[in-house]
Design a protein around this ligand. Structure first.
Ligand code: PLP
Ligand code: ZN
Length: 500
């Protein structure tokens, strides 16, 4: 819609103003640092940072009702900069002028209601929010759009140039980082570090296709992360892991979209997310808190964080009911089909601890819960969902398994409506589906296929046929007629088709 066609009272708010009020705040010592330098940890104490808006109070001057109309009307814009996560510009990156924003089609992913059969199986109404329908097929694009838009801004300001962006990855961070960095050629080049043989072939193909330097490292993600941290401490590189607070800021859009998807009514809603490095759950809590404090939503939704029993340090931490006795211990991860979340020492743990407190305090009661699920349950629920119209990845299966567990534990009530994060597209993790269908899971995964979920291709090659077509060698005439007849007969028999 043309700007001139917007209602007069909303028009002044449609194009956001740029204001320079963001600062890094340290979660350890509480000190604040300017954002003109790319910082990942506090120069004073080494702790992780979050970005804060010093003028957040000003946002409250606009009533919640007006904000809701601003975001709803912005849906009608055709301006690329505001088509993605920056629809919520004032909450996501008010320092960025529109010409710095990199938009590759991220955000505003569909919310799909489960059919009656799935609702019955899972014990209540739920939706998948398909973050696999982002440009690099995972939610990581939300954070990358933010991080790379900010670096783009610094380049345009002449503050940095010739940037080398680096990240460690369980697969999706590198796919996303390489994609966004490649758009900003020739100013940015990227290098990604992956645990050797611990990312799927599809994920490996992505940064290669985007032209990044790809390094495979022995070990697991946590080992790669240490190497990248060492690089970012000693050398002039831009770190794109979720240690980078700009990533968190962009990923908050997930919460804003859920709010908007459900007409800003979060009462009786439960948001379920898988946890790996814990950047996502950090952003989800932070996003809902901001909308709550600004009066855009009146209720905070429940949040359920899910981990596999094979990579469950956050779950373990919250097993201790007495906050004073809780102690964070990294775990040694085991093989997991939720491979992108196979992380034993999550970088964002201090952020999670901080935000869970804030969240529960704001709600006046415990509203954030943690559950663990078996690898078997992750696979079974993923496959079950996808047989009912979804495109959930294994982590989406983990969310669904987590919802079922949370219902059993009484964290989620029958009439509450869940929104499950399918963090990537099913196709990225199809190798696990294949292992399941072919009963080839190595023992370490502890997954045994349920025969009712197995599905395999069937070769139709009638024995009595002498000639069948082959690529480059078609059949003709009677041979071809015989072939078509025999094959269609066999398929009709297998499907028990009735004659017309
Ligand atoms: C990165 C990732 C996760 C884990 O998210 P964190 O922010 O690291 O907790 C889950 N699922 C997929 C598909 C991912 O790529
Ligand atoms: Zn500090």
């Amino acid at each position: 819609m043309k700007l001139s066609d917007f209602p007069k009272d909303i028009l002044p708010f449609i194009l956001p103003e740029t204001r320079n009020d963001l600062i890094y705040r340290c979660l350890g010592c509480g000190r604040e640092h300017g954002i003109k330098k790319l910082l990942y940890t506090c120069p004073d104490c080494g702790q992780v940072l979050l970005l804060y808006d010093r003028e957040f109070e000003k946002l409250k001057k606009i009533p919640g009702k007006t904000w809701r109309r601003i975001f709803d009307y912005r849906k009608l814009l055709t301006l690329p900069a505001l088509k993605g996560i920056y629809r919520y510009h004032e909450f996501i990156g008010p320092v960025l002028p529109l010409e710095s924003i990199v938009y590759l089609g991220e955000g505003h992913t569909p919310v799909i209601e489960a059919n009656a059969l799935m609702q019955e199986k899972a014990g209540g109404k739920f939706y998948f929010k398909n973050d696999g329908q982002n440009p690099s097929a995972s939610f990581k694009d939300r954070g990358m759009a933010s991080a790379l838009s900010y670096i783009h801004f610094l380049i345009q300001q002449g503050i940095v140039d010739d940037v080398l962006a680096v990240c460690a990855s369980t697969g999706d961070t590198s796919a996303s980082a390489a994609l966004y960095a490649s758009y900003l050629q020739p100013h940015i080049k990227s290098a990604v570090l992956l645990p050797h043989k611990k990312v799927t072939p599809q994920q490996l193909s992505q940064p290669l296709g985007s032209g990044a330097r790809v390094f495979e490292i022995p070990g697991v993600f946590d080992d790669c992360m240490k190497v990248v941290e060492a690089l970012s401490e000693k050398y002039a590189v831009a770190l794109l892991n979720s240690k980078n607070a700009w990533r968190i800021l962009g990923q908050e859009s997930y919460s804003y979209e859920i709010a908007q998807d459900f007409e800003y009514d979060m009462a009786g809603k439960v948001v379920v997310v898988p946890i790996g490095n814990a950047g996502n759950i950090t952003a989800v809590m932070s996003g809902f808190l901001k909308f709550y404090h600004a009066g855009i939503i009146e209720t905070l939704p429940k949040i359920v964080g899910v981990q596999s029993v094979h990579a469950n340090p956050v779950y373990r931490y919250y097993q201790e009911p007495d906050p004073g006795q809780r102690k964070f211990l990294p775990v040694t991860v085991k093989a997991s089909v939720a491979q992108a979340a196979m992380i034993g020492n999550p970088v964002s743990m201090p952020r999670v601890i901080h935000l869970v407190d804030q969240y529960n305090q704001a709600a006046g009661r415990p509203l954030v819960f943690f559950v663990e699920v078996m690898e078997q349950a992750i696979m079974d629920w993923q496959l079950q969902a996808n047989r009912n119209g979804h495109v959930a990845c294994t982590h989406g299966g983990e969310s669904l398994a987590g919802l079922v567990a949370a219902r059993q534990l009484g964290y989620v009530e029958k009439n509450e409506i869940a929104i499950l994060d399918s963090t990537a597209h099913a196709i990225k993790f199809s190798g696990f589906q294949e292992m399941y269908f072919e009963n080839r899971f190595p023992n370490e995964f502890e997954v045994r296929p349920d025969s009712t979920l197995i599905n395999l291709p069937e070769l139709i090659r009638p024995d009595h046929l002498e000639k069948v077509p082959a690529p480059g060698k078609p059949l003709w005439g009677e041979d071809f007629d015989c072939f078509v007849k025999a094959v269609s007969q066999e398929i009709a028999d297998l499907l028990k088709l009735k004659k017309v």
